[in-house]
Design a protein around this ligand. Sequence first.
Ligand code: SF4
Ligand code: SF4
Length: 150
Amino acid sequence: MSKGLNGTDKRGIRELGAEKKVGWDEVPQGVVLHSFDTEIENASFLKPEEREYSDFNSYTASVASWRVIKPVYNRDICIDCQNCWVWCPDTSIISRDKQMLGIDYDHCKGCGVCVEVCPTNPKSLLMFTEAVENDEALAGWPEKKKKEKK
Ligand code: SF4
Ligand code: SF4
């Protein structure tokens, strides 16, 4: 994380210039916000933690503090289809070499899109309130639903 900014505390407010802090709706039209502090090639081949993010990049401006419910991931059921990774609007699904590893809770805002698009039965991702421990959620995971006879 660059320059010690803690996005969770600032709720998306970034420094523009040295003196003035502005909100997202005060940014002048036409301003260019660079995603990275240095020239970068093939960023998609680098792991997020290896990229030189600028203060304006959403990687440093977390919205995780908005979350009241969270997705919990169940490795035992997941088929690594990558649907959740493709659809997550905050790039908060951690996947390496097409294997789903879990949730980036520093950036997940708890929208539930990943749960909606998970195709397994039961789902490999389910939403729980923040107060529920992940182990507790996994212990009470629902059984496979049987097809109804017509
Ligand atoms: S709840 Fe939303 S932000 Fe969080 S991992 Fe799922 S899709 Fe991404
Ligand atoms: S959508 Fe569900 S099954 Fe597919 S990778 Fe994500 S958690 Fe696994």
